[in-house]
Design a protein around this ligand. Structure first.
Ligand SMILES: Cc1cc2nc3c(=O)[nH]c(=O)nc-3n(C[C@H](O)[C@H](O)[C@H](O)COP(=O)(O)O)c2cc1C
Length: 189
C-alpha cells in the first residue's frame, strides 16, 4: 500500500451507521432528523456520544428537554430517513410527509420508530457547546434499548441476524446496503 496525505481532514472512507433522532416539538408533534456522527463511550457504564454539527430544530429541542431517541436506519427506512435528513423540522411535519410509524419511548418521553429494529432512549447528560459552529457534542446516558427480539436470539448466528436487520452503511455521501454492499442512493441528491 502506498499512502498519501489528504489536503484536508476527511472521513469519506470511514463507514458509518445512520440513526434517526426523535424529539417532540413544542406542540407535541414528533420530529425525526438523520444523523451519522454517532458513536459509543464508557464512563462507569455504556453510553452514546453524538455530534450535532450546526444549529437545527433537533438540537434546540434536545437542549431544552435533554431527551431524544436514536433509531437505527435500515434499508426499509432509508427513503423516509433521507427525507428527514434533507428537510428541516421547524417548517413541516416530517412524520406526516413520510408516513413513518411512531411509537412512544418505554422509559423516556420521546417518540420512537416502530419499524426501526434498534432504538436507544437517550438523556443528554452533558452538552458540550461548540460556539464556532453553533453545534454541540452530546454525552448521553442510555435509559432504554428496545430491539427486534430476533436480533438478540443467540441461537441464530450473528451473520444471519445481521441480514435480518439490514442496517444502511453511509460512505462518501452515499448509502450502501450493510448486507451486500449494494449502492442504494446518493445522499447529495
Ligand atoms: C446522510 C445524512 C447524515 C447526516 N448526519 C448529520 C450529523 O451527523 N450531524 C448533523 O448535525 N446533521 C446531520 N445531517 C443533517 C440533518 O439531518 C439535517 O440538518 C436535518 O434537516 C435536521 O432536521 P431538523 O430541522 O428536524 O432538526 C445529516 C443529513 C444526511 C442526509
Amino acid at each position: 500500500m502506498s499512502k498519501i496525505s489528504l489536503p484536508e481532514a476527511s472521513n469519506s472512507f470511514c463507514p458509518q451507521s445512520l440513526f434517526l433522532y426523535g424529539t417532540y416539538k413544542e406542540d407535541g408533534t414528533p420530529n425525526f432528523a438523520l444523523f451519522s456522527w454517532f458513536s459509543y463511550m464508557w464512563d462507569s457504564e455504556f453510553g452514546v456520544i453524538a455530534s450535532i454539527g450546526e444549529p437545527k430544530l433537533t438540537l434546540d429541542l434536545i437542549r431544552e428537554k435533554r431527551v431524544f431517541s436514536a433509531n437505527l436506519v435500515t434499508e426499509e427506512l432509508l427513503d423516509a430517513a433521507h427525507y428527514c435528513g434533507t428537510h428541516g423540522g421547524a417548517t413541516e411535519d416530517k412524520v406526516a410527509s413520510t408516513g413513518l410509524r411512531v411509537a412512544r419511548g418505554e422509559k423516556l418521553d420521546v417518540p420512537t420508530l416502530a419499524d426501526s429494529p434498534w432504538t436507544f432512549e437517550l438523556e443528554a447528560a452533558k452538552i458540550i457547546e461548540l460556539p464556532d459552529s453553533g453545534g454541540a457534542v452530546l454525552l448521553c446516558k442510555i435509559h432504554n434499548t428496545s430491539v427486534d427480539e430476533r436480533l438478540v436470539d443467540e441461537s441464530v448466528p450473528v451473520e444471519e441476524r445481521l441480514r435480518l436487520c439490514s442496517p444502511v452503511r453511509y460512505v462518501d455521501n452515499k448509502y450502501f446496503s450493510g448486507n451486500d454492499g449494494r449502492l442504494l442512493g446518493d445522499a447529495a441528491e
